[in-house]
Design a protein around this ligand. Structure first.
Ligand SMILES: Cc1ncc(COP(=O)(O)O)c(C=O)c1O
Length: 384
C-alpha cells in the first residue's frame, strides 16, 4: 500500500506532453515557446570568469556568497534601482527556484506562530509549491484588472496568519508591473500585518512601458528594508539559467538568519558560478542588448498573434505574451492546441492558476529564425 503522505502533482510543463507531440509532428518541427528558458548568448565576461575560476575551485565556496559576489549584487541594486544596500544584507542562492521553494520552510522554523503563504492567484507555480513543501497553507491573492495583487481582497483571518507574502513584478506569466508605488503598497500591507514581503524581481531588467520602450525597474526595497526580501536571478538578466545563480537582498536580520540556516543545509552556489555572476553583474551592455532583442520580439510576436486572432491581455514587461481569445471565452488548452497544430507550443494559462485558464503564455525564448518560422506558419491560410 502506498504511504499516505505527500504525492507531488504532475510538473506543470510535463502536462504539455501531448500538445508537444502535436507540434513536433508539423513539418519543420516544433517552435517551443512554452518555457522561459533563455537561448541567447551568455555574456563573454561571464564565460571567461567561469573558465578562469574553474581550476581554482578546489575548496568549498561560502554558502552566503563570496564577498566579491555580494558586493557586485549590492552595486547592481544601487546602480539599477537607486537603492542603497549593504553587501552584508545580500546572500547567494543557487538560482532562485530553490530559494522560492525552500523559503517558507525556513521562515516557518523561525516563526512557528504563522502558517500561511500568500501569493498571486496567477503566478509562477513554485510559490504555492514552497508552501506545500513546508506543510503551510497556500492562499492565492486575487489580482485586479491590471493583473496586480489586490490586497483588499485578503481576509483578516488570512492576513493575521500570513508568514510571507509573495509579489512578482514584472510578473510571470502576465508581464504586468505596478511599479514603485504598487510595491510600496504591498510592502506596507505586509508590514502592517507583521508578514514578510518576498518580492521576486527576476524580470526587473525587462521592464517596458506601453510603447515598448525600456522603463525604470522597481524594487520593494525602495520603500524600506524592514521585513522585506528582494529576490534576483542571473538566469534571465544574463542568459545564465544553466549556471544557477541568484541572490536575495533586504532586511539585515532576515538575511543573517537565512544565510546561517542555509549554511547548515549546504545550499552552496559553486565558486565558478559566483565568479561568472560577479562579472555579469558588473556589465550592463549585454543586458541592454538583450532588452532591445526582447522588445523587438515582443512587437513582432504580438503583431503575428493578433493578426492570427488572439488578443494580448497582459502588461508590457518581461519576455512573455499573455494572450486570450477576443471574447475571452475560449479555454487556454484549446487555444494552445490550435497553436500546436501550427507547430507553435505555448503554455496554457491554468499552469499558473485557475484564474489564468482562458489565457496562454508565449515565451520569447526562441531564436529569431525559429520565431520567424512560427509567425510565417500563422500567416499561412491553412496549417502547413
Ligand atoms: C517568476 C520566476 N521566479 C523565479 C524563477 C526561477 O528562476 P531561476 O531559478 O532560474 O533563478 C522563474 C523562472 O522561470 C520565474 O519565472
Amino acid at each position: 500500500m502506498a504511504a499516505p503522505g505527500f504525492v507531488p502533482p504532475p510538473y506543470p510543463h510535463d502536462r504539455l506532453r501531448e500538445l508537444r507531440a502535436v507540434a513536433e509532428a508539423v513539418p519543420g518541427g516544433i517552435v517551443d515557446c512554452s518555457v522561459g528558458t533563455p537561448v541567447d548568448p551568455m555574456p563573454e565576461v561571464a564565460r571567461r570568469a567561469l573558465a578562469d575560476a574553474a581550476a581554482g575551485a578546489t575548496g568549498y565556496p561560502a554558502a552566503i556568497g563570496a564577498p566579491a559576489y555580494r558586493q557586485a549584487a549590492a552595486g547592481w541594486i544601487s546602480r539599477r534601482f537607486g537603492v542603497t544596500v549593504s553587501a552584508d544584507a545580500v546572500f547567494a542562492c543557487i538560482g532562485t527556484k530553490e530559494l522560492v521553494a525552500s523559503l517558507p520552510r525556513l521562515l516557518a522554523l523561525r516563526d512557528p506562530s504563522r502558517d500561511t503563504v500568500l501569493y498571486p492567484a496567477v503566478a509562477y507555480p513554485t510559490y504555492e509549491m514552497g508552501a506545500r513543501l513546508a506543510g503551510l497553507r497556500a492562499v492565492p491573492v486575487p489580482l485586479d484588472d491590471r493583473w496586480l495583487l489586490d490586497v483588499s481582497q485578503i481576509s483578516e483571518a488570512d492576513a493575521a496568519r500570513a508568514l510571507v507574502m509573495w509579489v512578482n513584478e514584472p510578473g510571470n506569466p502576465t508581464g504586468a508591473a505596478g511599479g514603485a508605488e504598487h510595491l510600496r503598497a504591498v510592502g506596507d500591507w505586509a508590514r502592517e500585518w507583521g508578514a514578510i514581503v518576498a518580492s521576486d524581481e527576476c524580470y526587473a531588467e525587462f521592464t517596458y512601458d506601453e510603447s515598448g520602450s525600456a522603463a525604470a525597474p522597481a524594487t520593494v526595497l525602495g520603500a524600506g528594508h524592514d521585513g522585506a526580501l528582494a529576490v534576483h536571478s542571473l538566469s534571465k538578466r544574463s542568459n545564465m539559467a544553466g549556471l544557477r545563480a541568484g541572490f536575495v537582498a533586504g532586511d539585515a536580520a532576515l538575511v543573517s538568519y537565512l544565510g546561517e540556516v542555509r549554511k547548515h543545509a549546504g545550499f552552496m552556489t559553486p565558486a565558478p558560478v559566483q565568479a561568472a555572476a560577479t562579472a555579469a553583474l558588473a556589465d550592463d551592455a549585454h543586458v541592454d542588448e538583450q532588452r532591445a532583442r526582447y522588445a523587438r520580439r515582443r512587437e513582432e510576436a504580438r503583431r503575428a498573434l493578433e493578426e492570427w486572432g488572439l488578443v494580448h491581455d497582459g502588461g508590457p514587461s518581461t519576455f512573455y505574451l499573455w494572450l486570450r481569445s477576443p471574447e475571452g471565452t475560449e479555454d487556454g488548452w484549446a487555444i494552445a492546441r490550435r497553436l500546436a497544430e501550427r507547430g507553435l507550443l505555448v503554455a496554457p494559462g491554468d499552469l499558473y492558476g485557475p484564474d489564468g485558464s482562458a489565457h496562454v503564455r508565449l515565451s520569447l525564448t526562441q531564436t529569431d529564425d525559429r520565431l520567424a518560422l512560427a509567425f510565417d506558419r500563422l500567416a499561412a491560410k491553412e496549417p502547413v
